[in-house]
Write a protein that binds this ligand. Structure first.
Ligand SMILES: Cc1cc2nc3c(=O)[nH]c(=O)nc-3n(C[C@H](O)[C@H](O)[C@H](O)COP(=O)(O)OP(=O)(O)OC[C@H]3O[C@@H](n4cnc5c(N)ncnc54)[C@H](O)[C@@H]3O)c2cc1C
Length: 565
């Protein structure tokens, strides 16, 4: 079969692209997806799901390689395998990040990619449902100017938001610690304490994933088709002008047969940050040294493929409560460097600035020289400037209720440790080789420890501390309030996990900075291969990744449609 556009992956981003392209009735669109239609699955719909309720058939679990910085542990990277991809199995939290982080995309060489432009696509995609009185009683606030009202993606607050004392006490404590309440964290300035909205329909009380939002309303379109299968590689036509030209995909059908699906115009990779590099590498697009080892001939020399993988390093602690909490406590506390480091901020800014070139050399070496030290240093300097001069939020502290306790999670936003994702062997398109390198740059551990101390301080400062009986994990005996730097370093090495917010493995950047796609999300060196999903986000954000994926996909779809004339 042949279509105008063929998209790999009916996930969070893939269905946005499919929806927007198929608005044009003169264009035919096919989406290749290995997962099933799970829109009626009660575990998917349930907004009070537990992560463990998702069975393996809709939940990829990729093990990483072991890492010395993690005490030789390996990590599990999870993602959704279904219509809707990871938006069907995720935590649904919808946070976009800081304005300056988006403006940095333009500074890095992506013309037209800045907060104002992506913000307009956030609004286009969104249908925001304002909180009702019960949710307002639980602390839900908003600024209607930063939300859209008529897009496909419904966003709201959980209907069972806790109206107990947790919110008021948490707000008072964080305020006492300098983190003031803010009305809405999605307007590009999330510094402070606030209730976070989610991708759910509060009236129907169901999860809003990208299948429900972007596929259900358009599935009857005759020019849109989802085909079950796994993309193995891009098929190439005879090139012209030095650019590689895709003619479609070779896919593995459910019965294991290799089938060709033709693309008259373009192919789009939306198979996730874990899987797009695998498809590119198995098509000969990537680092020639890696391709040679795999026995694959180089079609396009593009060493950034699969590199600069970034994630949020995350820690969870638990506190037991005097009483219990009924309902959800979806609050986010988002501090800046100043909030975390106080009067040491300027000296830390200066000492870390002096180390950027050393860190860049180490990260370049760990990528086998795939990205040059100078390119990484340029990217690090922009990141450092965001943290220390542009005052972005550098972490998130995020409680959730276990009923009789609080799971107090926190993570840092912009790591200086980068990992990678590559094809492990020529014929295994399903299993990425993931090298996390989490906390391999010492400062990432230092900043996480500082945020951890802030978290401990929050739970031991009245009035929030009035609710708490003890720290049950890891326990104050293991990690006291005055724990030393060494105690923190050991604790983090043994306990840090991957936040599952992976970006950057097909970064939207100029090729000389290690980029894989240009600012029209087209793979460098090709005329008609685009990548649209979390993998193109060039640097980690202070938001969670789903909201940025939706914003990026809406804008990328507009770019592709505009190119059709
Ligand atoms: C457990 C968990 C909780 C999370 N919680 C949150 C949260 O609360 N808030 C938030 O913002 N973010 C959260 N995230 C992260 C966020 O959901 C993801 O970053 C985002 O959904 C990724 O979207 P994507 O389009 O890049 O990829 P996906 O949505 O994963 O889509 C990729 C699709 O491609 C398909 N595919 C894979 N390989 C192939 C192939 N070879 N050929 C064809 N198709 C293929 C997959 O089956 C999938 O459908 C969470 C992630 C996880 C795992």
């Amino acid at each position: 079969e042949t279509f105008d556009f063929v998209i790999a992956g009916a996930g969070t981003a893939g269905l946005v692209i499919a929806n927007r392209l198929s608005e044009r009735s003169d264009i035919t669109v096919a989406v290749i997806e290995p997962g099933d239609d799970v829109r009626q699955d009660p575990d998917v719909q349930n907004v009070n799901f537990s992560f463990s309720s998702f069975n393996a058939s809709i939940n990829y679990q990729y093990p990483s390689v072991t890492s010395p910085a993690l005490g030789s542990r390996n990590l599990t990277y999870r993602a959704g395998k279904a219509y809707g991809g990871t938006s069907t199995v995720n935590g649904m939290v919808y946070i976009r990040g800081d304005k300056a982080q988006y403006n940095a995309w333009e500074e890095l060489g992506n013309e037209g990619w800045n907060w104002n432009s992506v913000f307009s696509y956030y609004k286009k995609g969104e249908k925001f449902i304002a909180p009702k009185s019960a949710q307002i009683a639980g602390g839900a606030t908003y600024d209607k100017n930063v939300h859209g009202e008529s897009g496909p993606l419904t966003i709201g607050f959980p209907s069972i938001i806790s109206n107990g004392s947790f919110h008021d006490k948490a707000l008072a404590t964080w305020k006492a610690l300098g983190l003031n309440p803010i009305a809405d964290l999605n307007g590009g300035a999330p510094n402070g304490f606030v209730a976070a909205p989610q991708t759910l329909d509060p009236d129907a009380n169901v999860r809003e994933d990208s299948a429900r939002a972007y596929y259900t309303p358009v599935e009857a379109r005759p020019n849109l088709k989802i085909i079950k299968g796994t993309v193995k590689r891009i098929t190439w036509a005879n090139g012209h002008g030095g650019l590689a030209v895709a003619s479609g995909f070779e896919i593995v059908s459910p019965s294991g047969k290799l089938v060709k699906i033709g693309a008259r115009k373009e192919v789009v990779l939306s198979a996730s940050a874990y899987r797009n590099p695998l498809i590119l590498e198995s098509s000969g697009v990537g680092n020639p040294q890696i391709l040679k080892k795999l026995g694959i001939a180089t079609k396009v020399n593009l060493p950034g493929v699969g590199e600069s993988m970034q994630d949020h390093p995350i820690i969870a602690m638990t506190y037991s409560l005097k009483g219990s909490i009924s309902g959800r406590i979806p609050y986010a506390t988002m501090p800046t460097a100043q909030d975390v480091f106080g009067n040491k901020t300027a000296s830390i800014a200066a000492s870390t600035s002096a180390k950027l070139s050393e860190w860049a050399k180490a990260v370049s070496a760990s990528s086998g020289g795939a990205i040059s030290p100078s390119a990484i240093e340029k990217r690090f300097r922009i990141q450092h400037d965001l943290i220390f001069n542009k005052n972005i939020t550098i972490a998130e502290l995020f409680p959730s209720s276990t009923g009789t306790g609080v799971l107090a999670q926190f993570w840092t936003s912009m790591p200086f440790s980068w990992g990678s994702v590559h094809l492990g062997s020529k014929d295994n398109i399903n299993t990425p080789t993931i090298t996390p390198n989490l906390l391999s740059t010492d400062f990432d551990g230092e900043i996480l420890a500082a945020v951890g101390r802030l978290s401990q301080k929050g739970y031991s400062t009245p009035p929030l501390s009035d609710l708490i009986t003890d720290n049950t994990s890891p326990g104050y005996s293991k990690l006291p309030l005055n724990a030393s730097d060494e105690q923190w370093a050991t604790f983090l090495r043994e306990n840090v996990l991957n936040g599952l917010h992976v970006v950057g493995t097909c970064a939207m950047l100029p090729k000389e900075l290690g980029g894989v796609v240009d600012s029209e999300v087209r793979v460098h060196g090709t005329s008609n291969v685009r990548v649209v999903d979390a993998s193109v986000i060039p640097m980690e954000l202070s938001g969670h990744t789903m909201a940025p994926v939706y914003g990026v996909a809406e804008k990328a779809a507009a770019i592709i449609v505009a190119s059709l004339g």
